[in-house]
Design a protein. Sequence first.
Length: 292
Amino acid sequence: MKIIFLILFLSVSCLLIGLPYVSACTVWGAAGEKVKIKGTVIAKNRDNAPHLFSSPRLSFPVNGYKFFGLYDIEADGFVIAGINEKHLAVFNASVTSVPKAKREVAKEDTTERLLMTFDSVDAVLLRKDIFEESHPAIYLIADARKISVIEVAPDGKISIKQTNNGALSFTNHYNSPELAYANENTSPNSIARFKRINYFIESTKQPFEIDDFISISEDKAGRSNNSIWITKDTSSKVRTLASLIISIPEAGLPEVYVKIANPGEKEMIIREKLDFSIWSKKLFEKDSDMLD
């Protein structure tokens, strides 16, 4: 199924506003000798309350770069992951180890701002002030040459890790020693998923391809709440709602893999090369080849 078909139909999904939800995510990426391509591969599994929907959409800002994003359409309508036409990707996750009373409500869609404004990891890192003004969160940013994880504490303190030859990962608590003080309520589930994703990363000796990350994203072998793909059972407050995996080569087009598991709907998977020039021209076309 083509990506335009998915975007047009999922963008009109029903909203379930006002219901309580709890957020969790697993995010990871690799660069340099850790990947088979000359480039980077990054991934995010979105975990949240079982009733919530995810919506993949193309965005064409008047003042800013075009981008493809995965949206949280119930909680705040913000972008939770995406990649822009300059092949800069931004993923985010909430920090549930911070007490709810100290978690400020986001006043700005920081992920959207980054996607609209910047063309590389280095360009983003020159603007640390953007993150100092963010609500508590963790971001993974990537281009074809490097990946970086930026942790933002409730008081605006930030910690940055980056690599052009290695792997980085996080779940829903701070991993940097300098921000450990902000982990007041770290959940066993977040720790378990962090250990599990790092097990997959460290135990895999060959360089990663996008297919390897897809396989990892489907992991259900851990206990329900500790797997990378969390399934709902009677004890689960969250389940995995979507996966977004992107391969960003130094030469050529990025490859995007999206799996959507909206409630009451059949799981939908798309896998496409990301060519904004073609998608822009065909967005509203009704050719039959866009619906096969």
